[in-house]
Ligand binder design. Structure first.
Ligand code: AMP
Ligand code: ZN
Length: 473
């Protein structure tokens, strides 16, 4: 049984999907006005871990992630850049998809864009107007009336007596102490430039919260299983989504709400506005890779704050290198079935514990402890001279764990040892890489030819389980 901490009731609950074996899940995606930072990616990686865990436990997951390509910030910055909104956001959409790949985040079924779903949003506003949950203000904007929605505040447990200060709020982001009627449709004003759509209530553009209510309904239905985001999305964004959807649809919106804690830097939330952020690209240009960054960002339980310390990337690199060396050794074992039964026993035990650990509200610490215990057992087994059949069972278990973890890369191309790489000239490294490719393609004649070339240039290449080692003659 899988269980999750549901923000809605603030407690751990057994997870049951509406349709057995199928999970419908909505994850709030990026606002494409800049490159996403690794705080954002902590949230997307938590969602990936969630999704992979559900899949590991046999469910088919239909995930929808929106792209916010029109809001206060995208408009502001596209105007600053002097670009049409669509041209401005295109660059960040493309970058986002590249970054998802780098971090091995499984693609969602659909990435609906807000600008492509204006009719769906207008339809929802119409329903809210018809049912009396929304009204038009003097400037032509449409607001959701929280007074008409008695359940407003169910997610964040608002204390209206002490908190209600403002009448209504036009901006997409506001704090809990200024809870107010919020904008569904923002009448055009000169700050919007040429960004506007026609509507029965005049030209304007949608509020941010509305897009998720309208697009989740289109792709997942009125009631679905899981909705996620970072904790900062709880208010007002998710509270407002619940109000809009439940008022328009007349039924429950989402059964399980899961929220990921922040990535912090020196204790403060990593954010674009605070300027204390690293983009994924910053870390890649410092020489870290996607697997290492993923290892660090998923390694702390999603409901705990994670203080980003670059030293953690060093730890990740060391750990992942050890795994690569181990996989190399296992792959090099001679044919035979020596110790295969022992390998099967430790692999089965590890599988059961891993599956149970990760199903316990994505308890990554438990899952990682299983991984390391299993690895210690594998190393002990290696000392007893196992053969290839045992190695296959063990490697298959690592491949199986990697369906969830996605940083072990059991079958990645043979790496060149980092230490060796440092002082070897680029043209020699080039030959070494070509030789790795030739060996992979089983073109051993070419591999030998390349070895001779490397040798003629004054270098020796020695194959080790961790990859080729290159030394000066
Ligand atoms: P945004 O582009 O600001 O709408 O954020 C996209 C996602 O990243 C949302 O789910 C946010 O809650 C999440 N997020 C933003 N900053 C952080 C952070 N420092 N740590 C974790 N998640 C974050
Ligand atoms: Zn959203």
């Amino acid at each position: 049984m899988i269980r999750f901490y549901n923000t809605l009731g603030r407690k751990l609950e057994d997870f049951n999907s509406i349709i057995p074996g199928q999970v419908r899940m909505y994850t709030c995606g990026p606002t494409v006005y800049n490159f996403a930072h690794i705080g954002n990616f902590r949230a997307y990686l938590f969602e990936d871990l969630l999704r992979r865990t559900l899949e590991y436990h046999g469910s088919k997951v239909i995930q929808v992630m929106n792209l916010t390509d029109v809001d206060d910030k995208t408009i502001r910055d596209s105007r600053k850049a002097n670009l049409p909104l669509a041209d401005f956001t295109r660059k960040y959409k493309d970058a986002f998809f590249e970054d998802l790949k780098t971090l091995r985040i499984e693609p969602a079924a659909v990435y609906p864009e807000a600008t492509a779903h204006i009719p769906e949003m207008l339809q929802m506003i119409g329903q809210l107007m018809d049912k009396g949950f929304a009204y038009q203000s003097g400037d032509g904007s449409i607001y959701f009336s929280i007074a008409k929605c008695p359940s407003y505040g169910q997610l964040v447990k608002l204390d209206f007596e002490n908190q209600r200060k403002a009448e209504r709020v036009r901006s997409d982001e506001y704090a809990k102490d200024s809870v107010a009627d919020f904008a569904l449709w923002k009448a055009w004003d000169e700050n919007d430039g040429d960004v506007k759509w026609d509507s029965p209530w005049g030209a304007g553009r949608p509020g941010w919260h509305l897009e998720c209510s309208a697009m989740s309904r289109k792709y997942l239905g009125q009631t679905f299983d899981i909705h996620t985001g970072g904790v900062d999305n709880m208010f007002p964004h998710h509270e407002d989504e619940i109000a809009q959807s439940e008022s328009a649809n007349g039924c429950k919106f989402v059964n399980y709400w899961l929220h990921c804690e922040h990535l912090t830097v020196k204790g403060a939330k990593m954010s674009k506005s605070a300027g204390n952020f690293f983009t994924l690209r910053d870390l890649l240009s410092q020489g870290w890779n996607g697997a290492e960054i993923r290892y660090v960002l998923i390694g702390t339980h999603y409901r705990s704050k994670l203080n980003f310390d670059p030293a953690a990337l060093d730890t990740a690199r060391t750990a992942l290198k050890k795994f690569r060396t181990l996989f190399g050794k296992l792959k090099a074992l001679p044919a035979g079935n020596s110790l295969a039964a022992e390998a099967a026993a430790i692999a089965a035990d590890a599988k059961a514990k891993f599956a149970e650990g990760i199903a316990d509200d994505l308890n990554i610490s438990r899952a990682m402890a299983v991984l390391f215990t299993f690895t210690r057992e594998v190393n002990s087994l290696l000392a007893k001279n196992p053969a290839a059949d045992a190695a296959k069972i063990i490697l298959d278990r690592y491949r199986d764990f990697d369906r969830v973890l996605a940083f072990l890369d059991v079958d990645a191309a043979e790496p060149v040892q980092e230490a060796a790489r440092q002082d070897v000239p680029a043209e020699i490294m080039d030959l070494v890489e070509q030789r790795i490719a030739a060996k992979k393609a089983r073109n051993f004649a070419l591999a030998d030819e390349l070895r001779d070339k490397i040798s003629a240039a004054g270098w020796n290449v020695k194959d080790t389980p961790a990859g080729p080692e290159i030394t000066r003659q």
